[in-house]
Write a protein that binds this ligand. Sequence first.
Ligand SMILES: [Zn+2]
Length: 395
Amino acid sequence: MVRPLLLMIATLLSSIAGGMPLSCQRSAPEVQDGIYDYKNLLEKKPVIRVLLVKDAREARLAIDDCYQITDSLANSIDQGQGLQKSTISINEGSISVGSRHYNTSEIRITTLREGRIEFNNIRYRGEIRILQQPNNRFSVIEEVDLESFIAGVVGSEMPKAWNEEALRAQAIIARTYAMYKRRVKQDKVYHLDMLELAYRGMLNETVRINKIVQETKGIIMVYNWNIFPAYFHSTCGGHTENCNHVFGDDSIPPLRGVVCNYCNNSKYSLWSKDISKSDIEKKLREANIYVSNIHTINALDQGLGEHCSRIEIISADGTREMSANGFRLLIGPNYLYSTAFDSRSNGKSITFSGKGLGHGVGLCQYGAQNMAKNGFGYESILKHYYPKIELVRVY
Ligand SMILES: [Zn+2]
C-alpha cells in the first residue's frame, strides 16, 4: 500500500523534529539509491548536547583562538585571544578557569572563527558549557552540530580501518540513535552521555572517516516513518536478540532479531570465562545487592539469540533473580562479554561459556564488517539487521 505523502511527511516530522523550526516542503521526495531524499525537511542543522563529564572536581581546558564566555542568561562576561592550558574547578560558588573566576551557575565557551576547545586533552568542535553541581563539583556538556558529533563517534565505535560500507552503516546507525535521543530528551540538560555512544571529540576523526560520514550526511533509518533507537553491538554469536527481551522496549520489526551468519570470525564468537564468586559478590555489593556464599548462577529465559533476559543467583541467602543485562553491566562488560551464556559452579568460581560481545540487539558490527567484505553495501547491511526500515535523508 502506498501511504499518502502528507501523512508520511507529518509522521516523519513529529518523529524527528521535536520543537525545532520546520520547512514547509510538500513536494514528493526524490528516491535515489533507495534513499528518500527529504533534504530540506529541517530548516536548521540539528545540534546535539553531549555530557562529557559529570560530578568532576577538576579538569583541564585550553583554547587555540579567540573566544567568548557567556553566563546562564547569555550575557557576555569575558573574552580572550586564546587560553593556555588551565584548570577548571569550583571555588566558593564561582567557576574558576585558571586565575579567572566567574560568579555564575554556568558558563558557555564559544570560539570565534574555527577555533577549537581542548578539554581534558581532547579537542572539540562545539561549544562547551560548564555547569556547577553541588559539593564543589561540575559537569561539562558540549553542544555540537550532529554531523561533527557523528564524525567523532564512528571511529570510536568501530575500527577506523574497517570496510567503508560497514563504516557508512555505522554512521547512519549513530545518527539515527542520536536523533532519536535528541527527540525523546529534548527538554533535558543533555541528550546523550558518553556511555551511550562512544565519542572522543576530534580524537578518532580521520580524513577517510570524515569523508564517509559526509557521504551519508543527514541519512537516518525510519520504521513506519518513525525514528527508533538504533541499537548495535560488537558480536551477536549467530542470531541478534529481540529488544523487548533485553531492554523491555516495544518489540518493533527492526529490533526483533535476525540470523547472522557473518560474525563467527570474531574472537568473541565463542568464549569461556572463569569469574571468582568473591569478585561477583563484591561487584554486587558495590551496587547494594548483598549475597553471600554464591552456590551457582543460572541463565533464565533465553531468547532467539540465546541471550537470557534474567538470571538467578543461588546463594546462602536463598534465590535471587535479576535482569541479565543489568548483571552483565554490574560485573563489567569486559568480564562477562554477553548474556548468551551457560554457567556452572566450579569451586570458588563460576565458569561462563558463552557467545557474542554486547547486548545482542540491532546491528552486529563484526557481521556488518564481514557482509561488507563479501560485497554488500551499507543499505543491504542495514536492511538485513534492521528489517522493514527505510532510509531517509532529512537534511
Ligand atoms: Zn553476528
